[in-house]
Design a protein around this ligand. Structure first.
Ligand code: HEM
Ligand SMILES: [Cu+2]
Length: 580
């Protein structure tokens, strides 16, 4: 393995300048900045997409990948919700339920969450900071192209099951040992551990490892870009709020993901080569939990910080005023980044850890609510007495704030040890983190997509459909996940394919909510595809930001790009933007 890595490294080192956009041997470059004298024709069709090193194209690739993963994550959860419509399991087998649950969580966190944020970061961050491209365009392409093979490895359990009868991974996204570390070598040692010995688990672990490498490469690129590629007029004080959150997020990735990678390798060694890192007579199951959550909690902030940045960027534009307390929003971002590494054991309160340690984790967990609240108050104050315009992106911003409050408050409850000991491993936890991951992260992604849809496609989306999408998403989210809070209070454990009859009503409400949510997303996909192909051409400043003096760099870039496309002999106003 080491020899192979060395060989790969020396092969790569033979290529010269990783920072250039141009193919090896030529010296051209292209970009939008005035300084570029040379232009470069992009190849057409599929070749363009697999060879591109343009940050905007790569952003679109990440976006497409993220939305496809979102679809699979959504389908898998709707199947689970059908199963849970009745108390007895009569739709899916218990094993299939567990497999779908595992793929849902892993897909949503690693194949939707991180990539969809990378989509925004790639497309817009360079535009926002006035850079020609990211610092290492080719590395950027490499980082993206590691994801599809990662996804294949992560999902391969399902085709293997259909064609080879091999069980898909059923470890859940936390992959707790000894359940998950029960592999070939454990079986050889005489342990019985049905599905978890499946090679599909090893494939999934390898896929996760690969996706971690991709994420880490991407983060290095983002940090380098923000440090070295900012325009001359963009000092640290002028850096926009979204780029600040990307910078902080990338810093967290640099510490968190390599740790997950190492833990995964230990797990693979345990499963296949007879090591005992996580065996009862070795490091023990708690070692896995400590390693996993030292990655896992920062991961939730890796996922939420950039969406918070999107909201901090978009919400003021439709409130007719600047973000209130900009500096403090930046400081709170940094504070959350630092604190997030000190709270991991709040996921382990019920494991029998030392009570003195436990109390300190409770304190830090509650302290992290403070910077989160600072942000929330800043958003509310920005809207206060503002001239609100309830466009689709703004509706999603308001939805974000309200869902985030519920998600955050339920989190503070869980951070209290006595409360957590009652609610842990119940649906309450599921309700809590879904208010954040769907209610807040998902919602911010929609706000960003609608806000920048004109820049990317040159077209305007259908506003009526977008409003329907908003209401169905908002109602669906709240019905689904509030019902889960009640299920949790009632004592319904999480990760079960069947349940006692007394939970039927709340489960049925949850399932109905999930389907409302699903229908909303169909409208979204339809609207996006239809408007991109056929929608009305968007004006240069579709949000009238110029009026309030809030036209930021990406919009001036957008207008200029159209102008140059026209003087270059573009056919009409609409197409250049759609083609680019
Ligand atoms: C801001 C974004 C947040 C995200 C994305 C998030 C996500 C999550 C996730 C994924 C879990 C489930 C872990 C599991 O599988 O058991 C979880 C549990 C938990 N969260 Fe959050 N959370 C967020 C905010 C907060 C806040 C602000 C707090 C506290 C101040 C908090 C406290 C907790 C606690 C204590 C648990 C463990 C509950 C248990 O397992 O019994 N979270 N969160
Ligand atoms: Cu946590």
């Amino acid at each position: 393995m080491g020899v192979l890595l060395l060989a790969v490294a020396s092969f790569l080192a033979r290529f010269e300048d990783w920072r250039s956009y141009a193919p090896v041997g030529s010296s051209g470059g292209y970009g939008y900045a005035e300084s570029n004298t040379q232009t470069h024709e992009k190849p057409a069709g599929i070749i363009r997409w697999i060879t591109t090193v343009d940050h905007k194209d790569i952003g679109l690739l990440y976006g497409t990948f993220g939305l496809l993963s979102f679809a699979w994550g959504g389908i898998s959860v709707l199947l689970m919700r059908i199963e849970l419509f009745t108390p007895s399991g009569d739709f899916l087998s218990a094993n299939m339920y567990n497999s779908l649950m595992t793929t849902h969580g892993i897909t949503m966190l690693f194949l939707f969450g991180t990539p969809i944020i990378a989509a925004f970061a790639n497309y817009f961050m360079p535009l926002l900071i006035g850079a020609d491209d990211v610092a290492f365009p080719r590395l950027n392409a490499v980082a993206f192209w590691l994801l599809p093979p990662a996804a294949v490895l992560i999902w391969i359990g399902f085709p293997l099951f259909m064609f080879g009868g091999i069980q898909p991974s059923q470890t859940s996204w936390t992959m707790y040992t000894p359940l998950a570390s029960c592999g070939k070598s454990a079986v050889a040692a005489g342990a019985t551990c049905q599905a978890q010995a499946s090679p599909a688990v090893d494939m999934m672990l390898l896929g996760l490892h690969l996706s971690g490498i991709a994420t880490t490469l991407g983060a290095i690129n983002m940090i380098a870009t923000i440090f070295t590629e900012r325009g001359d007029d963009v000092g640290w004080p002028e850096l926009d709020i979204f780029s600040w959150t990307i910078l902080t997020q990338s810093g967290l990735i640099l510490f968190a993901f390599p740790l997950l990678g190492s833990a995964i390798i230990m797990m693979l060694l345990d499963r296949n080569f007879g090591t005992t890192f996580f065996a009862a007579d070795g490091g023990g199951a708690m070692l896995w939990q400590n390693l996993f959550w030292f990655f896992g909690h920062p991961e939730v902030y890796i996922l939420i910080l950039p969406p918070m940045g999107l909201i901090s960027l978009i919400l003021p534009k439709f409130s007719g005023r600047k973000l209130f307390g900009f500096k403090f929003v930046v400081y709170s971002t940094l504070a959350i980044g630092v604190l997030s590494f000190g709270v991991w054991a709040h996921h382990m309160f019920s494991t029998g850890m030392d009570p003195r340690l436990r109390a300190s984790f409770m304190a830090v967990s509650m302290a992290i609510a403070i910077p989160s609240a600072v942000k929330t108050f800043n958003w509310i104050t920005t809207m206060w007495n503002g001239r609100l315009r309830l466009t689709a992106p703004m509706l999603f911003c308001v939805g974000f704030v309200s869902n985030f409050i519920i998600g955050g408050v339920t989190g503070v409850f869980l951070a209290a040890i006595p409360v957590d000991l009652v609610l842990t491993d119940t649906y309450y936890v599921v309700g809590h983190f879904h208010y954040i991951v769907m209610g807040a992260i998902g919602t911010a992604v929609f706000a960003g997509i609608y806000y920048w849809f004109p820049v990317v496609s040159g077209k305007m989306y259908n506003k009526t459909l977008a409003h329907w999408h908003f209401w169905l998403t908002m109602i669906g989210t709240n019905v689904t996940f509030f019902a889960m809070l009640f299920l949790g209070y009632g004592g319904m454990p999480r990760r079960y394919a069947t349940y006692l009859p007394q939970f039927t009503t709340w489960h049925q409400i949850t399932t109905i909510g999930a389907f409302i949510l699903g229908v909303g997303q169909l409208l979204f996909v339809w609207n996006l595809a239809q408007s991109w192909l056929d929608g009305p051409v968007a004006p240069d400043d579709p949000w009238n930001l110029g009026e309030d003096g809030m036209l930021s760099k990406e919009w001036t870039w957008f207008a200029k790009k159209r102008e140059t496309a026209l003087t270059d002999g573009g056919e009409d106003e609409g197409t250049p933007a759609a083609e680019e």
